[in-house]
Design a protein around this ligand. Structure first.
Ligand code: AMP
Length: 114
């Protein structure tokens, strides 16, 4: 756990943020500033700065993160209408929290914005 990382703290349970989904390696919780009716963040409990740090050795972890997304989409009822999974990398990619996270966004028609 990175001492100053807010998502490490949330994923450890120390902040009292309720999990939308949790297993040994993955924690998911609601985004504090949702951009759609469903906006969940899916993070690894282990600190990884961004998707740019991932290697083949993280394949199982990524499988768990995407599997969590599928489960959450089903539980929130957006699996039929569709949703977006996105991860931002670095300043130009729009990453504001330097701990890998998947945005699961849905519940309305999304535009593709650049
Ligand atoms: P990104 O800009 O891709 O790094 O996404 C970071 C996301 O984390 C943003 O959508 C923020 O609204 C969200 N966020 C930041 N701090 C918190 C927090 N304490 N709890 C929940 N979501 C947060």
């Amino acid at each position: 756990m990175e001492i100053d990382c807010i998502f490490c703290k949330i994923a450890s349970g120390a902040m009292g943020v309720p999990p939308v989904y949790e297993d040994e390696e993955v924690f998911a919780f609601g985004d504090i500033a949702p951009v759609a009716p469903v906006h969940i963040l899916i993070v690894p409990k282990r600190h990884i700065q961004s998707a740019h740090e991932l290697t083949e050795t993280d394949a199982a972890l990524l499988g768990k993160m995407f599997s969590a997304a599928r489960k959450i989409a089903g539980e929130t009822g957006i699996d039929e209408t569709g949703y977006r999974l996105a991860t931002n990398i670095g300043p130009d990619g729009g990453q504001s929290v330097p701990h890998l996270h998947l945005h699961l966004i849905g519940g309305r028609k999304l535009k593709w914005e650049h």
